[in-house]
Design a protein. Structure first.
Length: 300
């Protein structure tokens, strides 16, 4: 990375402090604590976390975020797109209305299996895949009516996980991707190569770093995804095996000007100090600063 990139739009997400939509994932910190830690690190933008974590009332949510000097950039929504499309559309409509009312820009959509967690996933038949594509497109149109972009998130334990599935989705759909560097690598896709092949399809970016050895164990079925997270699958930017510098450079040179969301998925125990998560987030911010990346959304 050389010295002069344009300033990047950097945001955070509650998952970096262990806040996840999976029941029993780990200790869930209260929203005020997480937002205060973001503010302490100079972060001024965030995704909203799982549905229900932050207030569902738009006025209350705006007041909470404004109190910490943080803006909403969007949020993650995992829905079983391959079945019960009307239920998925109803959930997406509620999320889109809330996101739009808070000034957010993007709905990050994952093709959930319908099972709890991300450890197991059934195989889709052709009809299920077609329904998934059609439902994703309908949600894209619904979100657009609320002024939001939709980016589909390849994610471990969903119906779009492996490299073949990501490439199939890109071929069969015109929706953009949320390029999550960690989930792509765990699923078997080189995120830098994907960014270079499909630069025009990148609609949102999650910056994660990953231990490749644990990622291989997850892909091979030797360890469940949730256990790998607890064993340190995700690490601060620059401490793992994703070429973050090349990725940031590739998408920026291709014209991407959206958000770069720093995420380090983790599961906390009740005894874990909040400072440990914040130290990792700070390491990631410093890594980007050391690359010469200027941030419009975080002060070092």
């Amino acid at each position: 990375m050389t010295e002069s990139l344009y300033p990047l739009r950097i945001a955070a997400a509650p998952i970096s402090w262990g806040v996840c939509e999976v029941p029993g994932w780990g200790h869930v910190l209260d929203a005020e604590t997480v937002l205060a830690e973001m503010t302490r690190l100079g972060i001024t933008a965030t995704e909203l976390g799982p549905p229900g974590y932050l207030p569902d009332d738009p006025a209350a949510l705006r007041a909470l975020l404004d109190g910490f000097g943080i803006r909403a950039v969007g949020g993650f929504l995992a829905l079983p797109l391959h079945r019960a499309p009307e239920q998925a559309l109803a959930a997406a409509r509620r999320a889109a209305e809330l996101f739009a009312a808070t000034g957010a820009e993007v709905l990050v959509l994952a093709a959930a299996t319908g099972l709890a967690g991300y450890n197991l996933r059934p195989r889709l038949d052709a009809a299920g895949w077609r329904t998934l594509l059609d439902t994703a497109a309908a949600i894209r149109d619904l979100a657009a009516a609320h002024g939001l972009r939709t980016a589909v998130h390849p994610h471990v334990g969903t119906q779009v996980q492996t490299e073949d599935e990501v490439e199939r989705f890109l071929a069969d759909s015109d929706l953009d991707l949320c390029l999550d560097t960690g989930h792509l690598l765990v699923g078997g896709t080189d995120p830098v190569g994907l960014a270079r092949r499909h630069a025009h399809r990148i609609g949102h970016v999650h910056l994660k770093d990953v231990r490749a050895d644990l990622a291989r164990e997850v892909r091979g079925g030797a360890v469940e995804y949730s256990d790998a997270v607890r064993r340190g699958l995700y690490v601060p930017l620059g401490a793992g095996d994703v070429d973050i510098a090349a990725l940031v450079c590739a998408v920026h040179e291709a014209g991407y000007r959206g958000w770069f969301v720093i995420e380090q998925d983790m599961a906390l125990r009740p005894t874990d100090p909040v400072e440990s998560a914040s130290r990792d987030a700070q390491r990631s911010l410093r890594y980007l600063a050391d690359l010469g990346v200027a941030s419009t959304s975080a002060r070092m």
